[in-house]
Design a protein around this ligand. Structure first.
Ligand SMILES: CC(C)(COP(=O)(O)OP(=O)(O)OC[C@H]1O[C@@H](n2cnc3c(N)ncnc32)[C@H](O)[C@@H]1OP(=O)(O)O)[C@@H](O)C(=O)NCCC(=O)NCCS
Length: 154
């Protein structure tokens, strides 16, 4: 296990985390969500919004947002702070999501990702997600196709 992966706490996000989450989002996305969108996620009944906190410094170093609607899970967002990438944190967030999915009898997981996002696509494929479709010009700024990935748990 990579060194930084050992001392991470994954816990529910709370309002005080949103500034740090937004910083991570802005750091890496060309078309970031509005800050309010993150606050909204805290209040949705079907939304699961968790942060990865460094166990020593308590810094927020990653987050994951997914929705569970009956037997379907939609992964909406996962990100790790730039300086802590490639240390196994993204994989820990994926493992955490899959634990919840199994506990809740989720049967299928869907996500969409920019075709050029090699890091995320490699992560998803490592978890056996399969590309099932492409949505033309789905993203803006810059315009890009979305690859739709699915993982069937049953
Ligand atoms: C995708 C992301 C969450 C991965 O987080 P991470 O903590 O760096 O990933 P990990 O260190 O846990 O890596 C797990 C696996 O992901 C894949 N991976 C991660 N970064 C990669 C990269 N830059 N290139 C290729 N594969 C990569 C590898 O398969 C890796 O396994 P390995 O270490 O055995 O090779 C991170 O790159 C990120 O925040 N990207 C920006 C946000 C984003 O694009 N989110 C997806 C939105 S759909």
């Amino acid at each position: 296990m990579p060194p930084a992966a050992r001392n991470i706490l994954i816990r529910k996000a709370r309002p005080a985390d949103i500034e740090a989450v937004y910083y991570i989002k802005q750091e890496q996305f060309s078309n970031p969500w509005k800050k309010q969108s993150f606050y909204d996620e805290l209040d949705h009944d079907i939304a699961f919004f968790y942060v990865a906190e460094d166990g020593s410094t308590h810094e927020i170093i990653g987050y994951i947002i997914f929705w569970i609607i009956q037997e379907t899970l939609e992964l909406h967002d996962i990100a790790v702070i730039e300086k802590n990438k490639k240390k196994g944190i993204g994989a820990q967030l994926m493992d955490f999501m899959l634990e919840i999915a199994r506990a809740r009898q989720v049967e299928e997981i869907f996500l969409e990702v920019r075709q050029s996002n090699t890091a995320a696509i490699t992560l998803y494929e490592k978890y056996n997600f399969k590309r099932i479709d492409v949505r033309k010009n789905y993203y803006t700024e810059p315009v890009e196709d979305a690859a739709i990935y699915a993982l069937f748990l049953k």
